[in-house]
Design a protein around this ligand. Structure first.
Ligand code: 13P
Length: 251
């Protein structure tokens, strides 16, 4: 199971370090069978990443990645820092798609570069616009753009984050999430139907907290969660970790 913590731009560097230290003391060696990934802001990545070594169950990632190996891009993390301090990268978060106009093409380009430097992309997708013929046309288009740019042997993660569930306190209906997870797995399977393709985990994100997480963990096709505001304090994130590490909450 994956538990990803997207700290967005909510914490100062001091508070990011404090939160990481507190999680380090309270998590390392205590919980098993879970992959925890913390996504601090760019200023805090180095400090947080150095706190957890590469063998630890806690990994660190960037909230966005460089566009191309030779593209000069003001505001982007450098490729060398990216490869050195990040194990994962979040790409295509709806906040970036909507506020910055990031396109599927840009997201796919960043994903391919991340894979080239050994960073695992976590590609965020949303419902997208449907057509009369296919209500999931927009979602599939987001996925297919990525699949077209990535070798079928490469590993990545998909996070389904419906826009109206992000930061609203109202998570998506679990039945709908299960249905969408099925469509995501099917789209990936059709596109990369080769034996050497690794399993692609599918996560759910949007107003996840310790009270509602159980209804998502038990869903077929869901391999974890991407948490925003409930990951910003050690107490609330730890309550989520405890539930995820307890198998009785799965099925
Ligand atoms: P919230 O958990 O605050 O709704 O944020 C979700 C999110 O955007 C994670 O990437």
């Amino acid at each position: 199971m994956y538990i990803l913590a997207n700290w967005k731009n909510s914490l100062s560097s001091e508070n990011s370090k404090r939160l990481a230290e507190s999680l380090h003391t309270r998590i390392i060696g205590k919980y098993f069978n879970i992959n925890i990934v913390l996504f601090p802001d760019n200023i805090s990545i180095e400090a947080v990443s150095l706190m957890f070594d590469s063998a630890s169950m806690v990994r660190v990632g960037a909230q966005d990645g460089p566009l191309g190996p030779k593209t000069t891009l003001t505001g982007s993390i450098s490729l060398s820092n990216f490869g050195k301090f990040c194990a994962y990268v979040l790409l295509g978060h709806s906040e970036r798609r909507m506020l910055l106009g990031e396109t599927d093409e840009m997201i796919a380009q960043k994903a391919a570069l991340a894979i080239d430097v050994g960073v695992i992309p976590v590609i965020c997708v949303n419902k997208g616009d449907g057509t009369k013929i296919d209500p999931h046309f927009g979602l599939k288009a987001q996925l297919e753009s990525i699949l077209d740019h990535i070798d079928s042997k490469s590993k990545f993660v998909i996070a389904y984050e419906p826009i109206d569930a992000i930061g609203t306190g109202i998570p998506a209906d679990p039945e709908e999430v299960k249905n969408i997870a099925g469509i995501i797995h099917e789209t990936i399977f059709i596109s990369r139907n080769v034996k050497s393709s690794p399993y692609i985990p599918v996560l759910y994100g949007g107003s996840v907290n310790d009270k509602n997480i159980k209804s998502f963990l038990s869903l077929e096709g869901i391999d974890g969660v991407l948490v925003g505001s409930a990951s910003l304090t050690a107490d609330s994130f730890l309550r989520i970790i405890k539930k995820v590490s307890d198998p009785k909450h799965y099925k």
